[in-house]
Design a protein around this ligand. Structure first.
Ligand SMILES: [Fe+2]
Length: 195
């Protein structure tokens, strides 16, 4: 696909406005601790996306920003209603008229990285990755995040541990891909995120 074709395809996706995002966050009563987590994921995702936007690579900054903003919008709802927050987010956004955008939210689950291929949107990869650099609302290394996941969820069962481990190599690949695209020669620092 040529550059114009690529732009058209990207521009066709309907993305909720900030107002619409905030009203969905209100509607589903996202608690403060999840809002803090979201804020940190959003900072990291936007930092990476902005770096990439300065290169030749096409990137939809609005999609990254709104994807990060809404990625965990159904987290608490699903804790209370026993559902998968990634799928639920996709369903809700689709019902509200944003089906393709909803798919980006659905793709941020840990296991999804094993499904990423050449057709996966870079924006979805960035949201996935930024989420794996945050523990609660703190920036951590990818390795530290995996240590946390293994201790907290992997200890529940062998199956869960295997699932987590099965994503680790692909997570490192995504990190490498994003860092190369962003021209990052060192890790992300706290200071990068406040600029
Ligand atoms: Fe998250």
């Amino acid at each position: 696909m040529n550059q114009v074709g690529k732009m058209n395809k990207m521009n066709k996706m309907k993305i909720p406005s900030l107002e619409e995002c905030n009203s969905i966050i209100e509607e589903y009563k996202v608690p403060e601790h999840i809002k803090s987590h979201i804020a940190m994921v959003r900072k990291i995702a936007n930092f990476l996306a902005k770096k990439i936007s300065k290169t030749e690579k096409e990137i939809n900054l609005d999609l990254v920003d709104k994807g990060a903003l809404l990625h965990d919008v159904m987290k608490m709802y699903c804790v209370e209603n026993n559902c998968r927050h990634t799928e639920e987010a996709s369903k809700v956004l689709s019902q509200k008229g944003f089906p393709e955008f909803g798919k980006v939210l659905e793709q941020h689950g840990l296991d999804e990285v094993n499904q990423f291929d050449a057709k996966t949107l870079l924006e979805a990869k960035i949201v996935w990755y930024a989420d794996k650099r945050v523990n609660h609302d703190k920036l951590v290394s990818l390795i530290a995040r995996y240590v946390y996941l293994k201790n907290k969820y992997g200890s529940e069962s062998d199956k869960k541990m295997k699932q987590i481990i099965s994503t680790e190599e692909n997570a490192k690949k995504i990190e490498k891909e994003i860092f190369e695209l962003a021209g990052l020669k060192r890790d992300i620092l706290e200071d990068d995120l406040n600029g």
